[in-house]
Design a protein around this ligand. Sequence first.
Ligand code: FAD
Length: 455
Amino acid sequence: MVYDLIVIGGGPAGYLAAERASGAGLNVLLIEKKFIGGVCLNEGCIPSKALLYSAKLYDGASHGAKYGITVDNIKLDHKFVVARKNKVVNTLVSGIKMKLKKNKVTVVMETATITGKTAEGFNVTAGGTVYIGSKLLIATGSVPVTPPIPGVKEGLASGFVLTNREILDLAEVPQNLCVIGGGVIGLEMASYFNTAGSKVTVVEMMDKIAGPTDREISEILMKNYEKKGITFNLQCKVTGVEAGNVMYEFEGKINKVPCDKVLLSIGRRAFTEGLGLESIGVETERGRIKTDDKGCTNISGVYATGDVNGYSMLAHTAYRETEVAINNILGKKDIMRYNAIPSVIYTNPEVAGIGETEETAKKKGMDFEVVKLSMMFSGRYVAENEGGDGIIKILINKKYKNVIGVHMIGNYSSEIIYGAGMMIETEMRIDDIKQLVFPHPSVCEVIREGIFEFD
Ligand SMILES: Cc1cc2nc3c(=O)[nH]c(=O)nc-3n(C[C@H](O)[C@H](O)[C@H](O)COP(=O)(O)OP(=O)(O)OC[C@H]3O[C@@H](n4cnc5c(N)ncnc54)[C@H](O)[C@@H]3O)c2cc1C
């Protein structure tokens, strides 16, 4: 038989593609080599947030005295936390499997290889069977970057060096954890293990943590975690890993971080190895599959969405890219826009941002104004954040008076940021935003406060 659509990869991009396409009446085959839910559900977004929630509760209990709550003998039971994380993952993965079943998606748990094209369609081989699809959607995701640093390969083999995959399942909390890379994943794991009792050292090559996050907000986040006991070594280049140590270079000198475990979190790369892209001529660029704003590759009928196209490597981007691709497959007009993709760091305090930062807006030569406010302008923030140092920054295009970026640090930011996204996406002008009613008291009121600072 010929499937209307073959989806390769069962992560957020792949399972959503299968769900949406089958929901619209297409005959869909989904091929996944490892686990339905992909990195996001099994070893990324969801498990990390389950761990971080336990850490947040522990933090709350430890510092409860500020709010009149005292608790004795507070303990973070790491084994229990990991077991609960597994339960959360299983619940969500089961939910996805049920949806796929309900939508009558055929699921094959094998490694897929594209093996050519005939008059009938694209050939995909999995588990010794050749499947044929009129259209293909590639959603094979990404894997951690492993740099050619001496000792890293051996460390990974011995279990001294971990990626996000292994660290989420560590049986014991390491006494000393060295995190290579102060980006989002590194910081979230540093945050959990710091609370769980590890002495954490972050080694970062840049002069700031948190990647492209607004510089001032990154600095506030770093100060918060320095206070909690994390050591940050910025502008430091890791030169080697040996049992019990990470070596790094700073101002020409080699230093050592003694540690029991190392988390390698210097980034992720699109995964296309062994996929057989060459058999049908799909174009790639430094490993990622090139796509247009409809998710289409250079080969008509072949789409690639999610981490594998390398645009943004976030689950919510994968979802939207997939919806765009499926809409186009179904003949509906839709295009992908990347100007309002939220980014969140689920530390405590949380960080969230969307749209232009001051740095990117300046680089693009935009004429903009910035309002910066303390989160203390929100009554709820004051009530719930004793000694909080959160801020919000709102960027407005001077000419059109519309929001082009919002960046904040403070809890609930992750839940608020989509509102800013709607303002950016719909190009709302500040006069229109001023007419919106925000719930009171809420932390999101800082956006309203900020908007009223503009004329
Ligand atoms: C620790 C961590 C935390 C994260 N936290 C967040 C977060 O909070 N928010 C957020 O938005 N993003 C987060 N991410 C990123 C997010 O996980 C990814 O953006 C998302 O999983 C991408 O989805 P995807 O479907 O493109 O790829 P993936 O989830 O990587 O899924 C790809 C799937 O394809 C399968 N596959 C690959 N090759 C083949 C083949 N040849 N045949 C069959 N199957 C194949 C793989 O087994 C995998 O299941 C996090 C990532 C990590 C590592």
